[in-house]
Write a protein of this length. Structure first.
Length: 256
């Protein structure tokens, strides 16, 4: 157990980091095999390991820490980021991992680590516990942009209802980085229903409205939520009975 304490402190580490600790690549290979056999470390995927808490026999670090070590640029995003911030309704057995470098999605310890291409470079933070994750504003926009692929509209709205506040200037900065008219439309429409809990100003919605163009689009495509109605301000076709899916008092049925 000569190196176990140091590896436990590292928590999750690559083969190169393990080799640097040992000081010799050949010795590192031998030690990795020996430590895995003894249950001191586990292989997360090829070239990535985690130290084991000997009291539990499980990884000493969270799934969120592991996500940030998969590639040099990887970080927790989308629904997993909502979960990390305590804004998801239930624990998920999938972690969305955005990265500038592609990797094949894989499973470890009952968790699926699902690759998503990084949308923009803004809004990735490293927290004191070592987790690399999108901040609240980036998480909101990634969720709105990709809800049809990742979490569904219903779960997105439930997560947003649990988010205490956002910084509107930061939202606008990230929206500009995305550069998508449809995202301005969807963000404007959805955020309007959280304007008081998020403390959003009229100028935020004016800024969004100035970037939506003339195109008419659907909030969800294909429209799977029954009857649709047209929201004139945001030029969006939206579900008529969207208000039924949240118990947080958010009125999605009003045409505001």
């Amino acid at each position: 157990m000569k190196h176990y304490a140091q590896l436990l402190k590292m928590g999750c580490f690559t083969w190169n980091e393990l080799s640097a600790v040992i000081g010799n690549p050949k010795t590192a290979d031998s030690l990795a095999r020996s430590y895995m056999k003894k249950g001191y470390i586990q292989s997360v995927k090829r070239g990535l390991y985690t130290a084991v808490d000997l009291a539990t026999g499980e990884s000493s670090v969270s799934k969120f820490r592991i996500a940030g070590k998969i590639t040099p640029s990887s970080y927790v995003s989308h629904h997993a980021a909502f979960e990390y911030f305590g804004c998801a309704n239930q624990v998920s057995y999938k972690v969305e991992v955005s990265s500038e470098t592609a990797f094949a999605s894989f499973g470890y310890a009952g968790i699926t680590y699902a690759y998503l291409s990084s949308r923009i470079k803004d809004g990735v933070i490293t927290l004191p516990d070592g987790v690399r994750v999108t901040d609240a504003e980036r998480t909101v926009l990634d969720g709105i942009n990709d809800f049809d692929k990742v979490m569904g509209l219903e779960e997105l709205l439930r997560c947003l209802a649990l988010l205490p506040t956002v910084r509107e200037d930061t939202l606008l900065t990230y929206l500009a980085s995305y550069g998508k008219q449809v995202l301005y439309q969807k963000t404007g429409y959805i955020s309007e229903h959280f304007r008081y809990s998020w403390n959003l100003s009229d100028s935020f919605f004016t800024a969004c409205e100035s970037r939506i163009g003339e195109s008419k689009r659907y909030l969800h495509r294909p429209p799977i939520y029954g009857d649709q109605k047209y929201n004139r301000r945001w030029r969006l076709m939206v579900p008529r009975d969207l208000g039924r899916i949240t118990n947080k008092g958010v009125n999605f049925d009003a045409d505001i």
